[in-house]
Design a binder for this molecule. Sequence first.
Ligand code: CA
Length: 335
Amino acid sequence: MLMKTLRPSPISSTVDFDKDGVQHGFLRLPYSRDDSAWGSVMIPVCVVRNGTGPTALLTGGNHGDEYEGPIALYDLARSLDAKNVSGTVIIVPAMNYPAFRAGTRTSPIDKGNMNRSFPGRPDGTVTEKIADYFQRELLPRADIVLDFHSGGRTLDFVPFCAAHVLPDKQQEKKAFDAVEAFAAPYSVQMLEIDTVGMYDTAAEEMGKVFVTTELGGGGTSRAETVRIAKRGVLNVLRHSGIVAGAVEKQPTRWLDMPSGDCFCFAEDEGMIEPLVDLGEPMKEGQVVARIYPVGRTGAAPAEIATKMSGILAARHFPGLVKAGDCVSVTAVVVD
Ligand code: CA
């Protein structure tokens, strides 16, 4: 009987992940199209290796309109010296490269959302092929995985590093220790709206120590959040023993997202009037935003009330909102 085996990934790497030194190259994904018959998607990759030791896999641009991660990782890739490394650092600053180049959350080629495409397919769409390469080639190499996110064009967050509550408590503790080391102003036990197809879940199911961030949003970055990202990634490498030196500690406030009641969704379209800003405290039942119908004057706005007490951890970013949009996220301060 023939065994059904997955075909190899169509992606080839121009760097050798097992070679010492600093290498800058590409994950080359063949992509035949109108403007390039035998063309490829060239995803930048950097590997810095010095002997045996743990491997960190660092990614930004999982969503293409989030910038703190790519800024910190392009900067790290050009500055990290192999002699300061024990082990291996794999840096992919713009994971969904077509989306990153377009400045959009999803890929302009196939509308693929990288963080809903795992485990991917070697014979799937461009986005699925990239996911498959991470699933079968890069994640298995990693001991620790740091995947940078921010809010993108439609959300804005208080700056935090996060990990998930996991069934394996040892794995969970290692992840929360890495979150603490990242030393963002906030550290979060994060609840996901929908975990199917996430890179996070793929890494965690492989037993990896996985940490992520939300460092701002609005489709841009700020000086403060970029500083947090640059410090955080070095701290995680120091914490992992890959880069020498002490973790640069900063005060952090731990937040919990205990249930789906954290999230408030719009049931109306219109114009948002924020009544609470990011980081401000809120009481259960407090109105955090109003949504004005804009087709006529004299109509009362819909009110969005938080279902729990806590702080405003995230908010819808653009001034106009549609039904179904996430308006606010409440997180509970852990004392
Ligand atoms: Ca994101």
